[in-house]
Write a protein that binds this ligand. Structure first.
Ligand SMILES: [Zn+2]
Length: 348
């Protein structure tokens, strides 16, 4: 049964256990998500959005509430997992690797198993989302602080530089010396995504739970000698509009300017992807042949996998020669959805 917004809003804070597990409340003004019965002050309706699960709220950029602890509140949650989650929340910028877990006397395999079983994501993915959500939010909130810091020399703000670099790579020493890449998070039909753009055009469009995201941010920063900053520009605004039209089946080609960032070979491969018409698919083999690189199928497939501009550079239109969907960074259900959308729009 699907509860209405009003029913869910009315249920917030009633402590009625019947609503537990039925929805999660995201509070836009604080960036925090809660269980239905949280004791925290009830937010205004206009500041609330609802999710089916904690994972959805995390992917949309929220952080778990420290009062109702939506990630670990289940009475069966072992104490050591609670401790681990608490540690993460206190220092979101610190990465806990398998070896660190062992040093803390945890068994990495059982930690991974617990997160998979209870939250349908890996411990690494959970950490990454917490890190991104904490950092992005703080930087967004702290725009004026950030500008002051940039003017005064970034290192003068203790701690801030560290949290900034945990999301966007090394800290900018001076904004005057480097170009700026704007990064913007938005919620689209297929979930929460990051868009990034230089002055010249779009250089990244990715789902927020994409494993490679931080590596891609890093690659952008290095290759463009740029600073990544939350914010938007005309290319980002144009792409948001075009994406909405695309998702609604009202747009079959994107007109927004692109600024593809990668090696020469990667750019060649991505430009080849841009030539695959809407509603059509080709195999990796065909793609390699069309580039005159029939011997390099695997290298072409690898470069497809490094595509940073999902959907617009349509790597979803490449499938296995046996018709299998093979892989997709955004997950196979999304690839299927995109191909179905395009197919249903071209048959009539
Ligand atoms: Zn709460």
């Amino acid at each position: 049964m699907q509860l209405s917004f009003q029913e869910m809003y009315d249920a917030i804070g009633t402590k009625n256990p019947a609503f537990e597990g039925m929805f999660i409340t995201g509070v836009k003004s604080t960036g925090i998500f809660c269980r239905p019965s949280c004791r925290a002050r009830k937010p205004l309706a206009k500041n609330v959005e609802f999710f089916r699960s904690s994972e959805e709220a995390l992917k949309a950029g929220y952080r778990p509430c420290k009062i109702c602890r939506p990630m670990d509140h289940d009475p069966d949650t072992p104490q050591e997992i609670r401790d681990l989650i608490k540690r993460l929340h206190n220092e979101p910028q610190v990465r806990i690797r398998d070896q660190d877990l062992r040093d803390l006397l945890y068994d990495p395999v059982s930690v991974r198993r617990w997160f998979n079983k209870h939250h349908n994501m890996t411990f690494q993915c959970y950490q990454r989302l917490i890190r991104l959500n904490a950092g992005y939010r703080e930087i967004e909130d702290g725009q004026s602080v950030l500008n002051t810091a940039l003017d005064a020399g970034f290192e003068s703000l203790s701690g801030f530089s560290e949290r900034y670099s945990s999301v966007f790579g090394s800290s900018p020493r001076s904004k005057n010396k480097k170009s700026i890449i704007h990064v913007h998070r938005f919620s689209g039909k297929l979930g929460s995504m990051f868009i990034a753009a230089t002055q010249k055009g779009i250089c990244l469009l990715e789902f927020t739970e994409r494993k490679m995201l931080e590596t891609e941010f890093d690659d952008l920063r290095k290759r463009c000698h740029a600073v990544l900053m939350p914010g938007t520009n005309e290319h980002i605004e144009q792409l948001k509009k075009e994406l909405e039209e695309y998702f609604a089946g009202e747009r079959i080609c994107f007109q927004v300017k692109l600024d593809l960032v990668g090696t020469d070979f990667q750019k060649q491969v991505w430009n080849c992807l841009l030539n695959i018409p809407y509603g059509e698919t080709i195999s990796y083999k065909q793609q390699a042949l069309s580039m005159g690189r029939g011997e390099a199928v695997r290298a072409v497939a690898r470069a497809n996998g490094m595509n940073k501009v999902a959907i617009v550079v349509p790597c979803h239109r490449v499938i296995g020669s046996d018709g299998n969907l093979t892989g997709y960074a955004g997950g196979l259900p999304r690839k299927r959805w995109l191909l179905d959308l395009e197919a249903s729009n071209t048959t009539h």
